[in-house]
Design a protein around this ligand. Sequence first.
Ligand code: GDP
Ligand code: ZN
Ligand code: ZN
Length: 595
Amino acid sequence: MCPCCNWRDVCKYETAKVIRIQSKTYGTIRWTLLMIVFLYVCFALLSDKLYQRKEPLISSVQTKVKGVAEVKDGNTKTRVLDTVDYTFPLQGNSFFVMTNFISTEGQTQGLCPEYPTRRTLCSSDKGCKKGKKDTLSKGVQTGKCIPYNATQKTCEVSAWCPVEPERDAPRPALLISAENFTVLIKNNIDFPGHNYTTRNILPGVNITCTFHKTQNPQCPIFRLGDIFQDVGENFSDIAVQGGIMGIEIYWHCNLDRWFHSCRPKYSFRRLDDRTTIESLYPGNNFRFAKYYMEGNIEKRNLVKAFGIRFDILVFGTGGKFDLIQMVVYIGSTLSYFGLATVFIDFLIDTYSSTCCRSHVYRCCPVCEPCGVNEYYYRKKCESVDEPKPTLKYISFVDEPHIRMVDQQLLGKSLQEIEGEEVPRPRRDFTDLAKLPQPSRSDSSPRPSFPEAIQLLKQEPRFPSQTRPKWCHCGHCCPSQMPGNSKCLEELCCRRQEGPCITTSALFEELVLSRSTLHFILLYQEPLLEMDADALNNQLRHCAYRSYIDWRFGSEDMAGFAILPSCCRWKIRDHFPKQDGKYSGFKNPSPYTYLE
Ligand code: GDP
Ligand code: ZN
Ligand code: ZN
C-alpha cells in the first residue's frame, strides 16, 4: 500500500525486527570489533584533528639577497660584484641569483662576420645569401663570405658587432662565491576563514642568525650553499649552467586556544631536472644588455647570465575547533560500527565454515563444521519464492520433503515433473493437540440428495488395468478438466507404488471428519448459516484446506499447493456437489497472497 495515502500512515514508525543470539563467541567478537572501531575513530579524531575546520592560507613574500663576489674575467682583471649586479627581481614569489655569465662588450650596429660554427662557415660568397634571416643567426646576411680569423671564413651579417661568441658557460662558474650569499625571506600569511594573521619573522628575532635545519629552524636567513647541501646537490656544479630551486614554507597551524601553534617549516626541493645532457637544454639562463653612448655611437654590453632561480612556495592549513565539523566526522564513522554485524553475519551465512574450539583434553583447538551457525542461519533466514502463476507445490506421502515446481506443464502431467526439493515446514505439535477430537455423532445437517453420498471405499477406485499410468496408489481418477488444466490434476499421492494416503486413519480424522470440518467452519464464522447444500460446498473447500494445511503446513505455500487426484476425489465423494461439475484448481493471483 502506498505509504502516503492515509494520514494515519504518517503517524507510524517501522523498525527492523532483529534476532538476538545468545553466544559468548559472537558476543566477544562483537565487542572486540566495536572496541577496535571505537579506538580507531578516537585515534583518528585526535591525531588528525578531525574536529577542526581547516582553512587554506593566502600569503605574501619578500626577499633580500646579500653578499659580495670577486670575479676574475678572462683578461685577469678582478671585478667586485654586489647585490645589484647579480640579483634580479622576478615576477611572483621568485628571485634570480646570477652565478655565471658570458659577456660581449662594446657591441655597435654594423657589419661583421658570424661566429664560426658548422652552420655559418663558408668558402666563397656563394655559400651566403643576401637578406637571409636565420632564426638561429645574430643578424641579416649581406651575401659576402669574409674571414673571421686567419683560418676560418664566415658569412657577413649586419648586426650588433662583434657578434656574441657561441661558447659554453665558463667552468668553474665565475660567481662561485655566490655560495656564501644569504637571502632573507619575509613571509606574511593570513587565514581569511579564521581571521588570523601572522608572519615568519617575529619581533625580537636575532637577525644575524643563519638557518639550520636542527639548530636554528626558525631563522629566516638562508645561506645559498646550505640550501643546496640540504638537498644533496653540489653548488659549484649547478652554478655553471644554473637551475631552479624551490624554497617551501609550510604552515601547519593549530589555532585552538589551548594548543595554539603556528610556526613555519622550511624545506627545499630542486625543481628543474638534474640531467646535464646538452641536447635537453639544461640549466637556466637569459640575456640582458646594458646600453650606453660612446661619442654619439650607441653601444651595448651583452650579458648571457646563468644562475639559479629561487621559487618560494608557501602553503599550509589552519585548523580551529568546529562543532559542525566534529559532528560530520562522527556521523561519517558511524557506519564502521556496523562492521561487527557484517562480519558476524558473514560467519553465520557461511555456516559450512569450520569452528575452532579449544578442547579440554587436547592442547590445540579442534576445528569442525559449525553446526551451530547453520542453526542461527535457519533462524535468521526466511526464503520467499516469487508468487508466479507457474509456481506449484506438491507433496508425496513417501517423501520427507515438499517439491516446488516452477514451470509451464505443456501437456506433461504434474506427476512426471521432478521439481525442486524444499524442506517441509516444521509443525508445532501443541497446535495439533488443540484440534477438536472428532465426535462420533455427527450433528451437522447432511445433504438433501442422498444418492450423491458415497460410502468410503477401502478398495482401489480403479482396478490396476484401468487406473491412469501416473497413479501409484490406485485411488486416482483421470482428470475431467479441459485442455492444459488436465495436467494439473494428474498427480498421485505417491512417488512409488504403495498404499494411498486416503486410506490412512489420520486422513479420515483430519480431512474427512464432518465434525472436525464443521468445527473449523464455525470457528472461523461462529454464526454460519447451516444451509445443507451450500454447507456441503463449504465443507469440501474446508477439507481441501485441511489437507493442504496438514501436508504443507506453511501458509505461504497454501495457495500454490496442489491436491493429489486421489485426495481430491475422496473429498469430493464425501462432500459432493449437486450437479457434479467441479471447477477445480484456479491459479491464485500472485498479489492476493501479498495482502
Ligand atoms: P467448485 O466448488 O465447484 O468451485 O469446485 P472445487 O470443489 O474444485 O473447488 C474449487 C476451489 O477449491 C477453488 O477455490 C480452488 O482454488 C480450490 N482448489 C481446488 N483444487 C485445489 C488444489 O489442488 N489446490 C488448492 N490450493 N486449491 C484447490
Ligand atoms: Zn494415485
Ligand atoms: Zn492416493
